[in-house]
Design a binder for this molecule. Structure first.
Ligand SMILES: CC(C)(COP(=O)(O)OP(=O)(O)OC[C@H]1O[C@@H](n2cnc3c(N)ncnc32)[C@H](O)[C@@H]1OP(=O)(O)O)[C@@H](O)C(=O)NCCC(=O)NCCS
Length: 187
């Protein structure tokens, strides 16, 4: 069965940022940093080996675009420099953490380079993506699942208007499941 849709826009602009699906060679070092920085990966399973990240990137850069639906790089809209990534994709039914019987809810994920934390960029990018999704898709619950120890991520979820509803174990860590109706972002 085909997956229910997610965002289709190739670009989503906001005040300081541009979310884009296109990938350029100039994005390489920033994308490597996102997957190998121990601080950025502290609640995401730890840093990944650089050679594995480079191999994966070679394939993705060759296609010139992010590969999975709802997947964006977050770029500074004046320099086009990548500061992070954002995903609004379907949460697989066989994973724990759902708020509907059918599962496959939209799930929001975000990762910023360490140097970009503390400036409201994740909030701005998430708001722009959720607003675009709310105009494109019918109302439905959106999830954010984050390690309970990830205080910055939980704070961001709360600022976006997501409500914590349960906790569960995955990847040997306690996860907090937060949710918000997509329609609340249709402003
Ligand atoms: C989770 C993560 C994206 C949060 O980044 P962040 O920069 O703290 O998030 P926000 O965009 O909400 O920014 C909030 C901070 O910017 C400050 N800020 C500065 N200018 C701002 C502005 N114009 N608007 C809003 N906030 C602003 C806020 O005061 C707040 O500061 P504080 O952290 O000192 O309280 C980041 O920590 C990260 O990438 N972590 C690693 C990846 C990860 O764990 N992702 C979660 C997986 S779901």
């Amino acid at each position: 069965m085909s997956q229910p849709p997610t965002l289709s826009a190739a670009q989503i602009p906001s005040e300081r940022l541009l979310l884009r699906t296109t990938l350029h060679e100039a994005d390489r070092e920033a994308l490597i940093e996102l997957s190998t920085d121990p601080e950025v990966r502290a609640h995401l399973g730890g840093p990944q080996p650089r050679h594995e990240v480079e191999q994966r990137l070679d394939t993705r850069l060759a296609t010139g675009a992010t590969t999975s639906p709802g997947s964006y790089v977050i770029a500074d809209n004046t320099t086009d420099q990548v500061i992070g990534t954002l995903m609004l994709a379907r949460r697989a039914t066989d994973r724990p953490g759902h708020v509907t019987e059918d599962g496959e809810e939209l799930e929001l994920g975000y990762v910023l380079r360490r140097s970009a934390w503390g400036a409201g960029f994740a909030f701005e990018a998430a708001t722009a993506a959720l607003r675009a999704a709310a105009h494109e898709l019918p109302d439905q619950p959106v999830l954010i699942v984050t390690q309970t120890a990830n205080k910055r991520s939980l704070k961001l979820a709360a600022r976006l208007g997501f409500r914590p509803v349960s906790t569960f174990e995955e990847f040997d860590a306690e996860q907090t499941l937060c949710t918000a109706p997509l329609s609340t972002f249709r402003t």
